[in-house]
Ligand binder design. Structure first.
Ligand code: NAD
Ligand code: ZN
Length: 256
């Protein structure tokens, strides 16, 4: 099904531009790649390494059980990078598109908070958020600014003093049912689905994209690399998401 455009504009046929302009149920599924241009390392690139650990060795319940201080230190390091990063033209184009079309929805695997900072409101952060922690005992949720002391490492619940964990869905953990039900509904309704900057190795997000396409959505992938989803989308744009999404927004709405 795929037609691959290597940095080629105008990206779409006239009828496809018309579809993008008219579609109400526009769904974005985003992954770490959309934040790469903001300076946040992806997991599967070389820069994703920290003290020679791979993400898969730290982002698990087993790793936390074995060495919570190490896992907290890693999240503290990553949160520092996210705090210093700014939304890039990709996040901004999606947020501006939502202003034009209030039915547009974003489902992100990212935990960096950049979609919200760019102004996206219809946002499902299905893997959690790095600026939040929750108690392993009483399950209360706290923003990182509510937790004292501020030093790096293990953190404790202000309510019950049990250990806190990052509010993140780790490898091998389940998604919140409420969020999942909503995401399947969005995938079913989508007329257009953009899959941006995800290696599609996590099964739920790639199943959501496939389900949207099987239900008739026009599928677009924006990723410099080929992924498991590339053969299933209608158009694969092999360029970076920042410039590509700004160009698409400008062409659709004749605005910068
Ligand atoms: P991934 O690291 O597995 O893959 C990133 C993908 O982005 C790759 O396919 C790569 O080709 C593509 N990419 C790189 N630069 C790009 C660019 N400029 N434009 C478009 N695409 C680009 O990421 P994933 O599929 O999201 O899975 C990683 C998991 O790790 C997710 O569950 C996510 O929660 C988490 N994670 C989040 C962040 C973040 O919040 N920013 C960062 C790293 C990992
Ligand atoms: Zn508690």
């Amino acid at each position: 099904m795929r037609e691959s455009f290597a940095k080629m504009e105008p990206f779409f046929k006239t009828s496809e531009w018309d579809l993008l302009r008219k579609a109400k149920n526009v769904l974005f599924l985003t992954g770490a790649g959309i934040s790469e241009e903001s300076g946040i390392p992806t997991f599967r690139g070389d820069q994703g390494l920290w003290k020679s650990y791979r993400a898969e060795e730290l982002a698990t319940p087993e790793a936390f059980h074995k060495n919570p201080a190490l896992v907290w230190e890693w999240y503290d390091w990553r949160r520092g990078i996210c705090s210093n990063a700014e939304p890039n033209p990709g996040h901004i184009a999606i947020a501006k598109w939502e202003n034009k079309n209030p039915r547009l929805q974003v489902i992100t695997q990212n935990v960096d908070g950049l979609h919200a900072r760019a102004g996206s409101k219809n946002l499902s952060e299905i893997h959690g958020n790095i600026f939040w922690a929750r108690c392993t005992n009483c399950h209360s949720k706290f923003h990182i600014d509510q937790i004292t002391p501020k030093r790096s490492g293990i953190k404790f619940c202000p309510n019950c003093e049990f250990i806190l964990r990052p509010h993140i869905v780790w490898f091998g953990e389940s998604y919140e049912d409420r969020i999942l039900v909503r995401c399947w509904e969005l995938a079913k309704q989508a007329e257009v689905v953009f899959v941006v900057g995800t290696s599609a190795q996590v099964s739920v997000p790639s199943s959501l994209a496939l389900s949207a396409i099987r239900n008739g959505a026009f599928g677009v992938e924006i990723n410099p690399s080929v992924t498991n989803l590339s053969d299933s989308v209608h158009v694969h744009i092999t360029d970076k998401s920042g410039p590509t999404l700004s160009k698409i927004f400008q062409t659709l709405f004749q605005e910068e």
